[in-house]
Design a protein around this ligand. Structure first.
Ligand code: AGP
Length: 608
């Protein structure tokens, strides 16, 4: 998730763009860049690191010009570096492009361009866009036509802003599956990924729709659809304050990130599905994973819970033994490693000290390492043999939400692909699973649309002294993650139990001050769970059950039921965690806490 911005007007663009980029930093912050147009010249400056690094670089330069584009990057293809930073330019260096999104067919386009003697400078997917526009432009198309030809060839998602030295009076922008907003000013017009970047100049905005393109001039804008037909859309007035705007109108980053999940899941899944098949551009899956006779997964906190889900998924789809361990435990064991073990490490930040230590130990033991992380260029990404990136975009809130569900998506894809490779899953079943995964983002949206139910439930229950989560198998893993979320941000004493373990001890804690949340999505185990719920209710506990839409089994035992859209039982973690995240969030609010910055916790635990 990167931030893009564009300006054309009466002010010096360099200052406007740098200010706008600062407002978009929550969208990405591993590198920054600008391109300024002035009297037939295009000046591009970019730098790895925080925006202040770029500012420092520009300090002794006088870059004049009243139009330009800017970018703040969250790397997806290629590590953070000056070269990979945007804007990217074509062969002639007279066309510059900034991009947010993922060009899924960039490798094919790159080959096509290389066959036409185009030389690439960066490792990014974006550079193909700059070269394609440049290519059509050099072939004689006008700038607008060159952009339109290019857009037709792009697969994936994009918000693009484009400038050309030969067209200093305009900026072009286009969107598909990535947000883009036009800001209408007086004698100036802007475009940006998000509202905060516009607010210093205007509150009159036009939200672009998928497939639309806009040409911004200083005194007017021309909005058009994919066919080039002009569109007139009245502007909307924004009355959010700047702080709310940065959070996309949500009260906290955590709530925003919970809501980001539908898109993040889709961004993580879509580029890896090609003609109904799971395909990883990142590596030769058969070669790297095919030899695995055992999988060992290690991680900390939420990422460890993702590993717990993965254990069930790998065993279910691929029938391969899986060992899961907490990284801080693994690193001090004397683990027995086998030559054909596949070692998977999961970490949102890619910088967690214990996780890195566990990975280094496994590497020393001769294991091949596959890392799943959200941060390109992180230590984990650099040291692992292979990396699968989650496409969650930057996660700001300390409590991890979208990083978790996107980790799950990556792990499900690996498990399914391995099952297919070892013929443990039939072709029809495999394809049906992929289709079901494709429906998950819209099913997540449906849950999010009913967040008020959870909010009301939290307002009745936030004062409970103890909240226990229970479930079996996949639901046990989600119980662990649900309890962690709640304790992290609401400071409520919460624990998770494998439901079958209840009678082996934890039931001694259950009384009328206890809320028991049961995650109930494993249909064959419903009867067992019903007995477990009865045991807790008999001791005065109140109960919430999270289960499938249309499921009636729990009506007679639960005080409240929250229904989630039906998918395969084994995919339920992708959905069942969302109401639990919302519950934790609203309990935190009710208790007067700041969910984004919980006490005693840091986003990235880089020390032991
Ligand atoms: C999650 O909400 C936590 N803040 C924490 O448990 C986190 O998942 C853990 O520290 C691991 O972080 P990582 O994914 O960056 O390695």
């Amino acid at each position: 998730m990167c931030g893009i911005t564009g300006y054309i007007g009466r002010e010096e663009a360099i200052f406007v763009l740098l200010d706008s980029l600062k407002k978009l930093e929550y969208r990405g912050y591993d590198s920054t860049g600008i391109a300024i147009l002035h009297e037939g010249t295009l000046t591009v400056r970019k730098a790895k690191g925080h925006i202040t690094v770029l500012e420092e670089k520009l300090k002794n330069e006088q870059i004049r010009g009243q139009a330009g584009i800017g970018h703040t990057r969250w790397a997806t293809h290629g590590e953070p570096s000056d070269i990979n930073a945007h804007p990217h330019t074509g062969v002639s260096d007279r066309i510059a492009v900034v991009h947010n999104g993922i060009i899924e067919n960039y490798l094919r386009l790159k080959e096509w361009l290389q066959a036409r003697e185009v030389v690439f400078k960066s490792e990014t997917d974006t550079e193909v866009v700059a070269h394609l526009i440049d290519y059509y432009y050099r072939q004689g198309s006008g700038l607008l036509t060159a952009v339109q030809h290019t857009l037709k060839r792009l697969e994936g998602s994009y918000a693009l802003a484009i400038t050309a030295a030969d067209y200093p009076d305009r900026i072009i922008a286009a969107r598909k599956d990535s947000p883009l907003v036009i800001g209408l000013g007086k004698d100036e017009n802007l475009v940006a990924s998000d509202i905060p970047a516009l607010l210093a100049h205007t509150r009159e905005v036009v939200y672009m729709e998928d497939g639309e393109l806009v040409v911004l001039y200083r005194d007017h804008v021309e909005l058009m659809n994919a066919q080039g037909d002009h569109i007139v859309r009245p502007p909307s007035h924004v009355d959010w304050d700047a702080d709310a705007a940065e959070k996309g109108g949500f009260a906290h980053f955590m709530l925003k990130e919970i809501h980001d999940q539908a898109k993040a899941l889709s961004d993580t899944l879509r580029p890896r599905i090609k003609t109904g098949e799971i395909s990883f551009d990142e590596f030769d899956f058969d070669e790297f994973c095919g030899r695995a006779r055992r999988i060992v997964i290690t991680a900390c906190g939420t990422a460890w819970h993702a590993a717990m889900v993965a254990k069930y998924a790998f065993e279910h789809f691929a029938r391969i033994p899986v060992e899961v361990d907490i990284a801080s435990e693994y690193r001090y064991r004397s683990p027995v490693t086998e030559e054909n073990d596949l070692f998977i490490v999961i970490s949102q930040s890619g910088e967690t000290a214990d996780t890195l230590a566990a990975m280094r130990l496994a590497k020393k033991g001769g294991n091949r390492i596959l890392a799943i992380t959200n941060v390109v260029g992180s230590t984990l990404a650099r040291e692992a043999d292979l990396v699968l990136f989650t496409m969650a975009g930057p996660e700001i809130a300390v409590a991890s939400t979208k990083a978790f569900t996107t980790q799950l998506m990556c792990l499900y894809l690996l498990a399914l692909k391995l099952g297919k490779l070892h013929s443990r899953i039939g072709d029809a079943e495999y394809r049906a699973c992929i289709e079901d995964l494709g429906r998950i983002p819209s099913q997540a949206e449906k849950i999010l649309a009913r967040q008020d139910l959870i909010q009301r439930f939290a307002s009745r229950q936030f004062n409970k002294q103890k909240v226990f989560f229970m479930g079996r198998q996949f639901d046990y893993a989600i119980s662990l993650e649900s309890a962690l979320k709640l304790k992290e941000i609401s400071y409520t004493h919460s624990e998770a139990f494998a439901a079958g373990e209840l009678k082996h001890g934890p039931i001694a804690l259950v009384d009328k001050d206890t809320l028991v949340v049961t995650i109930a999505t494993q249909t064959v185990l419903f009867d067992k769970l019903i007995s477990n719920i009865r045991e807790t209710s008999a001791r005065g506990a109140s109960s919430l059950v999270i289960s499938w839409e249309g499921e009636t089994s729990f009506e007679s035992v639960a005080d409240e039921i929250f229904a989630i859209p039906k998918t395969r039982d084994c995919f339920s973690p992708l959905l069942s965690i969302i109401p639990a995240q919302l519950f934790a969030y609203y309990c935190s609010i009710q208790r007067g806490n700041n969910p984004d910055k919980p006490r005693n916790l840091a986003k990235s635990v880089t020390v032991e």
